[in-house]
Structure formats: structure tokens, C-alpha cells
Design a protein around this ligand. Sequence first.
Ligand code: ATP
Ligand code: MG
Length: 227
Amino acid sequence: MPIAEIRSLTKVYEQGRLSVRALQNVDLEIEPGEFTVLMGPSGSGKTTLLNLIGTLDRPTSGKILLEGRDVSGLSKSDRAKLRLTRLGFVFQAYNLLPVLSAYENAEFVLLLRGVPAVERRARVMKMLKEVGLEGMEDRRPNELSGGQQQRVAVARAIVGEPALVLADEPTANLDSKTAKELISTMRKLNEEHGLTFVFATHDPEVMARARRVIRLHDGEIAEDERR
Ligand SMILES: Nc1ncnc2c1ncn2[C@@H]1O[C@H](COP(=O)(O)OP(=O)(O)OP(=O)(O)O)[C@@H](O)[C@H]1O
Ligand SMILES: [Mg+2]
């Protein structure tokens, strides 16, 4: 079963008297274990598509099934619960809580889920190690480089063992060497743990590592290539 099934997805943003058709009849399936990149010019609908798959926003028409379940009709709180348990997010701006340490930022999702303390500790330590932050657990975001902060964000996104990780331009604020290292880490998580990723990006380093590239143009899929 696909992790995400998208059927005739259309999103129109209404802004006063203007309406912007950001996605137009998109059909797409994301299979378990894929490492997919969404590319396309600015304004082509990448963020809109990620936000819809991530249930952060609702479609104008069409359907999204996550792990076989139609999410269109879910209440706000059911969508929040679904995000907490089944999805991981990585954003361009890291979005870490500044007063919390690396450890506490990564632990947060598990706290919200009521995972017992001993298990929380084991999982957070393992994940921070996995993303290369061993020894930096107690540092606050302002004591970490951009690349290290984004690693904390990756650890936070995956610590809850999500079915799908959605990442919107995760390397946009990183220099190319740091971006390359971060992508290698995510690719390793994909290969070794079968984690499924969908990225929106303009970054050639990310595209180079993709196993599937979907090109959006004016809200439509112009190309879908598996490598
Ligand atoms: N909240 C919003 N209200 C109105 N229009 C929006 C909103 N969000 C996006 N749009 C419009 O929808 C279209 C698609 O935007 P989207 O952010 O999905 O593009 P993108 O491919 O992510 O671009 P970028 O590469 O610049 O991040 C654009 O025309 C944009 O102006
Ligand atoms: Mg975008």
C-alpha cells in the first residue's frame, strides 16, 4: 500500500478578489522507502503540495490518503494527532525551540506522545547519534551551527518513527558542504531504516541524491522520473 495517495488534488488560494490556482488535478503515489524530490520553479506549487500531504492545509478539491486513510474529512485535532504520530517535518528555518537543548528539542514529540522516560531517553540519544550530534545533547540552538541545528530538526522529525518525512528546502540556509553532509545523513536513514522522504528543493546536491524526481510546473506534474 502506498504511504500517500493523491487523487485529482487541486488547491486554489483565495486572496480578496484574486484567486491563485497553486495545484491543478495532481495525481501521485508515494511508496514506502522512496527518496523523492519535488522540484520546479518558484511558485510551481511545491510547498503547497507538501503542506497538503502533511495535513497542514486542506485541498480545494481532490483527495489525500495517508496509509490508506482518507484525511480530507478529519477534524483539526485528528489531523494534529496524525501529524504527531505518523509524519515528520523538516523546514528551511529549522524551527527549533530556542530555550530547549538539542536533546529536549528532539525529545519533545515523544513527550507529547506520552512515551515513558526510559524509552524516550534511549530513542533520543540513538537519534542524535545517528545524525552526528553525539556529545552536543545539552547545547541550545544558538550554541549550534546552522547545519547542526538542522540535524537536530532531522532527529526531531524521525525520533517518533514516522511513516513519512516531509522536508521543505531543508538545505536552503546551509553552505553546500554542510548541505551535502545533511543529505547524506538523510539518505543513510532512508537506506538503513527504510524511512520515506519527500523533499521540496532547488538544491542540486539534494537532486543528485534523489531516487525519484517529480518536476512541477504551474501546479501540475510535468515529469516524474525514477532513477
Ligand atoms: N497562503 C497563500 N495565499 C495565497 N497564495 C499563495 C499562498 N501560498 C502560496 N500561494 C501561491 O501559490 C502558488 C504556489 O506557491 P508555493 O509556495 O506552493 O510554491 P513553491 O513551488 O513552493 O515556490 P518556492 O520555490 O518559491 O518555495 C504561488 O503562486 C504562490 O504565490
Ligand atoms: Mg516553497
